[in-house]
Design a protein around this ligand. Structure first.
Ligand code: FES
Length: 147
């Protein structure tokens, strides 16, 4: 089985662009697949993924002060749902519905996030199809790492 890079080398000639369109051009760019990235929202952190730092004292995240409180950080440019699951832990979940990839249609119903697009629910225990990302907290700063 070919890896992604070998596949792209084989299919990148002009004819492949005709089939896959302009977005395919980026996939054919040279360089490592696992380049370090940084984000202007991450306080200068750099790693193999993207770190987002959130100031928990911001009124935008005040719902996270209470266990069971949640925030969709998507409108702030951070593609996660945040849920305080205990006094010391805030979980981060993808904002992309595992069913058909819809964003921002979420509500919290009991212990599950429910997508209003088709009504699917995903448990918040990080064992469902709804991907959880690593979080850590230092003082009032929550850091989310998206691989
Ligand atoms: S896209 Fe979310 S339930 Fe279908």
């Amino acid at each position: 089985m070919k890896n992604r890079r070998d596949f792209l080398k084989d299919v990148c000639p002009t004819v492949a662009f005709a089939f896959f369109g302009v977005s395919f051009i980026q996939a054919c760019a040279s360089g490592d697949d696992d380049v370090a990235t940084s984000n202007p929202n991450n306080g200068g952190n750099t790693n193999s993924g993207t770190n987002y730092n959130i100031d928990l004292t911001s009124s935008s995240y005040s719902a996270l002060a209470t266990v069971g409180g949640w925030v969709n950080a998507g409108p702030a440019g951070i593609p996660v749902l945040l849920l305080r699951i205990s006094a010391s832990k805030i979980n981060a979940y993808t904002n992309v519905c595992p069913h058909q990839g819809i964003n921002n249609r979420w509500s919290l119903v009991g212990d599950s996030f429910k997508c209003a697009q088709h009504g699917n629910s995903y448990a918040t225990d990080c064992n469902s199809a709804l991907t959880c990302f690593t979080t850590s907290q230092s003082g009032d700063t929550l850091t989310i790492t998206i691989p």
